[in-house]
Write a protein that binds this ligand. Structure first.
Ligand code: DGP
Ligand code: NA
Ligand code: NA
Length: 210
């Protein structure tokens, strides 16, 4: 309700995309870039496998345990919820967070299994809204060619095709779609410009939203 909050804060920047789209390496390049400019910045990722919930997710992804589709969906969401307050604290203290996957993965990967969109979105309501979502756009076939998948549960071409379709309906005003098949340095350059602009806006007091 406070429309004139002008406090400087960190930016919440999310990278999304199919497996092997290059999110992880671009995230760390962004970290290096912002650190080099003297910004306070941290690299986060979801799922965060270091927590108890994260270990259940990790076990599921590596096929060591089986869980009902709804159950694993809620665990992924719980994994974001358990980090929400720390995330807010960091952002308010002026630290920018570069986050490798967030709620959009949650919705895209579960709706690709056939769970309803609205049901998938519901547990994400109230998490912090990203200031910027960088979608690394790659055809599923191209991603599959990139040195192969690691063998986790979702790393299969047929499934990734469905995930790509599900991502397409999730785009909102915070999204920037970047062609992930360009040379790696070109992608890096484009992401740097987008992120810097976003970081500046948040420094100037763009309000943090749910
Ligand atoms: P990563 O650690 O980024 O490779 O992610 C592990 C796998 O889990 C990857 O295939 C994407 C998927 N994933 C990430 N977040 C979610 C989520 O919230 N829900 C579901 N169902 N899958 C997710
Ligand atoms: Na993966
Ligand atoms: Na990744």
């Amino acid at each position: 309700v406070s429309g004139c909050n002008s406090e400087s804060r960190g930016a919440l920047v999310v990278l999304e995309g199919l497996d092997r789209s290059g999110k992880t390496s671009q995230s760390s390049r962004l970290l290096t870039y912002l650190e080099g400019l003297g910004h306070s910045v941290e690299l986060w990722r979801f799922p965060d496998r270091s927590t108890n919930v994260g270990q259940m997710i990790s076990s599921y992804l590596s096929n060591k345990s089986q869980l009902d589709d709804h159950t694993i969906h809620l665990l992924f969401s719980a994994n974001r919820w358990e980090k929400r307050s720390l995330m807010e604290t960091k952002l308010k203290a002026g630290t920018t967070l570069i986050v490798d996957r967030y709620s959009y993965s949650g919705v895209a990967f579960s709706s690709a299994k056939g769970l309803g969109d609205e049901w998938c979105k519901a547990p994400e309501i109230g998490l912090l809204a990203p200031d910027l979502v960088l979608y690394l756009d790659i055809q599923p076939e191209k991603a599959a060619e990139r040195g192969g998948y690691g063998g986790e549960k979702y790393e299969q071409l047929e499934f990734q095709r469905k995930v790509a379709q599900c991502y397409q309906v999730l785009h909102d005003a915070s999204w920037k779609i970047v062609d992930a098949c360009q040379p790696i340095e070109d992608i890096e350059k484009q992401l740097q410009e987008l992120v810097l602009e976003c970081v500046m806006a948040c420094q100037k007091g763009k309000p943090l939203a749910n």
